[in-house]
Write a protein that binds this ligand. Structure first.
Ligand code: PLP
Length: 368
């Protein structure tokens, strides 16, 4: 069997450079709690992402939990079933009822046309996802939020570095969160962040991610421990120097995929959106079984048998998991587009180290 091609591979800094910087951490004997590399990484990420404030976290799930806490969200939150399960789990962990709405297949984000019908007197917020790093309909979502007095928290785990008309996607909504997990475009091994728009919120979030401590003796809220440590901050600083080249390498992979797939009947994929700086975090294809002559799972299994490990992100829908499937909003009739897309999707391998040989091997299994 030929060697395996996985859906992604982590962005790894040079090990010697990493060790050299770790020496400094060891010398400092300051290994967590807002150390100097943590501060440096926050500053460097603000500059890279073009945002005024950021707070680093240990992963991409805890900033979602903390965002809901910080804004005192309760009752019901409108969200998307077409995401990684952490999105809905963060709502559930806060004792809030998730209300699922359908997606727009053209960007796999929440369909704004479905939001208003899902609003009840208990609704307090909307939690959309910039799925695959594709911007949601940020303007219409904000209009609806403003009309009904709702908060907007974006799960932007896929949207590192994405810009719309020169402005960071992270500037939209009340708060946005990032994941720096090993499988993401930019990684600190495990890690994440929250993006906010003012200094007071930044301070509050920094308290909340450190048990609510303001100083030695004062605790302002039931905070949590989700601080990033110095080792991962160093890893992140080094990876920040590599991420542009990694994104460009992914872009080239996307160009090659698109050019070969453009003639294949029954395979849909995304083009770049006008005015958007993409990060090429994923390359989903959508298989129309009738037109393509093979079901998604047949193609997925054929790829696997040949050592090509695509992933069916996001199948199954979050709304089908045991915790959530009893909710009225979880019924497939309420989520026709999400249900169809989840049954059609395969994310092709997409990372900065795919060779032309790899790409041709992958395409050879799909193009007939
Ligand atoms: C990866 C991911 C998360 C969770 O991030 P972790 O860093 O793994 O905790 C949350 N939401 C989405 C959409 C993700 O893809």
């Amino acid at each position: 069997m030929p060697n395996q091609i996985t859906v992604t591979t982590p962005l790894l800094p040079d090990l010697d450079e990493f060790s050299a910087m770790l020496k400094e951490v060891w010398n400092n004997k300051w290994i967590t709690n807002n150390g100097q590399f943590h501060q440096k990484l926050e500053a460097a990420l603000c500059e890279y992402l073009k945002v005024p404030y950021i707070s680093l976290f240990t992963n991409g799930t805890l900033p979602l939990l903390t965002a809901l806490q910080a804004l005192r969200i309760s009752g019901e939150v409108i969200t998307t079933p077409y995401s990684f399960v952490a999105t809905t789990h963060s709502i559930w962990w806060n004792g809030i009822k998730p209300v699922f709405v359908d997606i727009d297949p053209s960007n796999c984000g929440m369909d704004p046309d479905c939001i208003e019908a899902a609003i009840t007197p208990r609704t307090t917020a909307i939690m959309p996802v910039h799925c695959y790093g594709k911007p949601c309909d940020i303007v219409r979502i904000q209009q609806i939020a403003d009309k009904y007095g709702l908060k907007v928290i974006y799960d932007a785990a896929h949207a590192f570095g994405v810009e719309v008309n020169g402005k960071s996607i992270l500037e939209y909504g009340d708060l946005s969160t990032l994941s720096f997990h090993a499988t993401k475009v930019y990684t600190t091994i495990e890690g994440g962040a929250m993006i906010m728009h003012d200094q007071e919120t930044k301070e509050r979030i920094d308290y909340l991610k450190n048990f609510g401590f303001v100083d030695e003796t004062e605790v302002i809220a039931p905070g949590i421990n989700s601080k990033m440590d110095e080792v991962r901050a160093v890893y992140g600083l080094l990876n920040l120097q590599l991420v542009d080249a990694a994104i460009e390498a992914r872009h080239q992979v996307a160009i090659k995929y698109r050019s070969a797939l453009s003639t294949v009947k029954g395979i849909r994929y995304f083009e770049d959106m006008p005015g958007v700086k993409h990060n090429y975090s994923y390359f989903p294809i959508f298989v129309n079984a009738e037109e393509y002559g093979m079901t998604r799972d047949e193609l997925y299994n054929k790829m696997r048998e040949n050592g090509v490990y695509g992933r069916r992100y996001f199948y199954p829908l979050i709304s089908t998991f045991s915790t959530y499937r009893g909710l009225p909003s979880a019924s497939p009739e309420n989520l026709p587009n999400a249900t169809r897309v989840a049954n059609e999707v395969i994310c092709l391998p997409m990372h900065h180290q795919l060779s032309d040989e790899d790409i041709n091997r992958i395409l050879g299994l799909i193009v007939k």
